[in-house]
Design a protein around this ligand. Structure first.
Ligand SMILES: Nc1ncnc2c1ncn2[C@@H]1O[C@H](COP(=O)(O)OP(=O)(O)OP(=O)(O)O)[C@@H](O)[C@H]1O
Ligand SMILES: [Mg+2]
Length: 276
């Protein structure tokens, strides 16, 4: 799998987070990723190029469920306003994502949050499927290792044929680290996110990576899978792909920065067609 398009696109997005690109776009498309650990907003212009973005660590969602409804609306509303100010425009259309399998339980809440924050919603899709909008994988599985859950989307000839989602993700890494290092959760999470600490903490986190590998193996056991592509913030962990490849026996790769692939895929799924 060639990551050049994805890596270039993510780099462009990282640049506009710092320096929003004000322009004369006739329409803007927004992707909103309401994650367990992190809320990301990505704005694309009429040509589906990144023009602005923002992200914030927050506790408004747990494992795909909105647990702080008012907090979530406030946060999405504040991010919207900040990006509108930066672009000197009004953001109207948005897409959002939910973990696979939670649509019957909670898809409504995510939609309500996005609408209450002032957006018209154009689609709600599951996270790993959203990620593949940017990756463009033809055959294999996209594995979104986020904060609360690991979502897997099996792709055959470019089509999603199976999606699963299991609790275990970055929050579990942080809990293990917090216990081992006797650091409060927030501090342990910040420590974990620093690349220079990865080598040191990896042995402590390895059992959780092995658990995630088992989840992946179980989810795809009835299928021939050519390749795994890791996305989601927890895939940033240096060396995670080697353990997963070893344990699953499936060649495993990841893009340069897996953190923003899903939110950008969500934004790429946004259109002008409002759903109700
Ligand atoms: N550089 C990094 N190294 C290791 N872990 C990281 C890094 N950056 C982010 N993370 C971890 O990634 C997780 C957040 O990832 P992401 O934003 O994909 O999750 P989310 O979408 O909020 O969660 P979910 O999809 O489960 O609802 C957090 O646990 C965070 O600590
Ligand atoms: Mg996520």
């Amino acid at each position: 799998m060639n990551f050049k398009h994805c890596d270039d696109f993510v780099k462009e997005f990282e640049n506009v987070i710092k320096n929003p690109k004000k322009g004369k776009s006739s329409v803007y498309y927004t992707g909103i990723d309401l994650g367990t650990a992190c809320v990301v907003m990505a704005v694309l212009d009429e040509n589906y190029r990144p023009v602005a973005g923002a992200f914030q660590y927050a506790d408004v969602v747990k494992d795909g469920m909105v647990v702080d409804y008012i907090g979530a609306i406030r946060l999405v509303g504040a991010m919207k306003e900040k990006l509108e100010d930066a672009l000197e425009t009004e953001l109207i259309y948005a897409s959002a994502a939910i973990p696979p399998g939670t649509d019957n339980l909670d898809g409504g809440a995510v939609k309500n949050v996005v609408q209450a924050a002032g957006f018209e919603i154009t689609s709600i899709l599951d996270e790993p499927t959203a990620a593949n909008k940017l990756l463009g994988m033809e055959n294999g599985a996209v594995v979104d290792i986020g904060g609360g859950t690991t979502g897997i989307s099996l792709i055959k000839d470019g089509e999603v044929v199976l999606v699963t989602d299991e609790a275990t993700g970055g929050t579990h890494f942080t809990l293990v680290l917090s216990g081992a290092y006797k650091k409060p959760f927030k501090e342990a999470d910040e420590y974990k996110r620093k690349f220079e600490n990865h080598k040191e903490i990896f042995p402590v986190l390895k059992p959780v990576v092995e658990k995630i590998s088992t989840i992946i193996s179980k989810s795809v056991k009835d299928h021939q899978v050519e390749e795994l592509v890791l996305v989601g913030g927890s895939s940033c962990l240096t060396g995670i792909e080697a353990i997963i490849e070893d344990m699953t026996g499936i060649p495993t790769h990841k893009p340069m920065n897996p953190l923003f692939v899903t939110p950008l895929g969500i934004a790429l799924s946004c259109s002008k067609e409002i759903i109700d």
